[in-house]
Design a protein around this ligand. Structure first.
Ligand code: AMP
Ligand code: GLY
Length: 425
């Protein structure tokens, strides 16, 4: 099969790396890609927002399947346009991607299917939202409805913070994403992520993971796209996984099918494990980044078989096999991230890395002749396997220590919560 992979992050390098292992793959193109993806794919520079240009490329190269990494192309309907042109694509339609594209949409699905989630109100004007916030009191959570690159959520510990967040949304801090606001009950518990793949009818559970969103050690500092992750998430017992499948995932898949907008692709549930059981915080409609890196490091099955089964709607005929090992990834970012940072600084020392147990997935990198240069905020994902979270952490940080990049930084405590749990058990 000839594939086109869309994206340029660590998630897409992990996907490219896993796809390249499939005996069914004959040619992999990627756009725009990065220096790591270029090791296994031919890069091309398409304007992905120009769906006609993507279709034209697929036709001229005889592409059998397009794999979409990030959410933005899904939410604007790239998969719909490709399929209308007769080109197979992996990922949800525009209508189904609303599960990520609109928090109010997801709340509506939860209401319809009695899915456990935080109580909420949705508002299209500041006065009504402020009145609700005051009536509920703090702590409380204020969310811009639409896609805001992970920045549209304020967990307000005081009423003042909550009121400021409501005003900021309606004053346009998140652009169109903030035209509507969802105000939510504050949930207490441990967070975990759960990934499934669906073909519109069936949902195949993949795996669980936990990430670290804050920039600095101790989960301090500004929010980021994710500074590290590990899989599986120790908090997610088998019993919890089947509970989540039954009460959250399956009702979501059947509700979207019933509405005539079946969900196909990766469904990524952000969960809060509360005293009352698991509750849905949010959905994403694609793999997480960096969660994808740890998932694919553990996957023994052919990812292309699973993707094709989703696209061709026969997921009920396959299963996914996983290594028992834990996978853990440490993100190396450019100094200054998530604020301003320099691009073009040189990275050395990667040549000696890469084995059965360690993979360095590239995010923002590019080649300049023989030199490897940083080309973004999150730059490398140093990913390792181990028998325990502690082992995987040690293997990952041993590899980080071999990378010579003075302009980069990483957290030194990825996995701390799980390691604490291991040492207490
Ligand atoms: P989201 O973009 O919806 O995943 O929210 C970002 C982060 O905000 C989540 O990962 C949680 O840490 C936190 N969060 C979101 N909603 C809630 C909630 N209802 N209660 C507590 N924390 C929340
Ligand atoms: N790491 C969080 C995300 O991909 O949304």
């Amino acid at each position: 099969m000839k594939l086109l992979l869309i994206g340029s992050g660590g998630r897409e390098h992990a996907l490219a790396w896993a796809l390249a292992k499939s005996p069914k793959l004959t040619k992999l193109y990627a756009t725009p890609g990065n220096a790591g993806i270029a090791q296994v794919a031919e890069l091309t520079d398409l304007d992905v927002s120009d769906h006609g240009a993507v279709i034209e490329f697929c036709r001229s190269r005889g592409i059998d399947l397009v794999v979409v990494g990030p959410e933005a192309p899904l939410v604007v309907g790239l998969v719909d346009d490709l399929e209308a042109a007769g080109i197979k694509a992996f990922g949800p339609s525009k209508a189904a991607a609303q599960l990520e594209g609109s928090k109010a949409f997801t709340k509506g699905v939860c209401d319809e299917a009695s899915i456990p989630t935080a109580g909420y109100g949705r508002f299209d004007n500041a006065d009504a939202a402020l009145a609700y916030v005051r009536a509920q009191g703090a702590p409380i959570v204020v969310k811009a409805d639409g896609l805001a690159a992970g920045k549209g959520v304020v967990v307000a510990m005081t009423l003042e913070e909550a009121e400021d967040a409501v005003r900021a949304c309606f004053e346009g801090s998140f652009g169109a994403a903030g035209a509507e606001v969802v105000v939510e009950e504050f949930l207490e518990g441990e967070e975990a992520s759960f990934f499934v793949i669906s073909d519109g009818t069936n949902a195949l559970p993949l795996a669980t993971a936990q990430d670290h969103k804050r920039a600095y050690d101790g989960d301090k500092g500004p929010n980021t796209g994710g500074m590290g992750a590990y899989s599986p998430a120790p908090v997610m017992t088998d019993a919890l996984v089947s509970d989540v499948m039954k009460r959250i995932i399956e009702p979501t898949i059947s509700t979207l099918a019933k509405r005539g907008t079946p969900f196909k692709g990766v469904l990524y549930a952000g969960l809060m494990i509360t005293d009352e059981g698991p509750k849905l915080i949010e959905y994403n409609t694609r793999f997480g980044d960096p969660e994808c890196q740890v998932l694919l490091m553990r996957l023994e099955s052919d990812i292309l078989d699973i993707i094709v089964a989703s696209v061709e709607e026969h997921l009920d005929t396959i299963s996914a096999a996983w290594r028992d090992d834990v996978a853990l990834t440490v993100v190396m970012a450019a100094k200054g991230y998530p604020g301003s940072y320099a691009k073009g600084t040189e990275i050395r020392g990667l040549e000696s890395l890469g084995s059965d147990t360690v993979q360095v997935f590239h995010a923002g990198t590019r080649r300049d002749g023989d030199r490897l240069l940083a080309n973004g905020g999150r730059v490398l994902n140093v990913t390792a396997l181990g028998a325990t979270v502690g082992d995987a952490q040690k293997n990952a940080y041993d590899a980080v220590a071999k990378i010579d990049w003075t302009d980069g930084f990483s957290r030194s405590d990825i996995g701390w919560r799980a390691i604490e749990r291991e040492s207490n058990s």
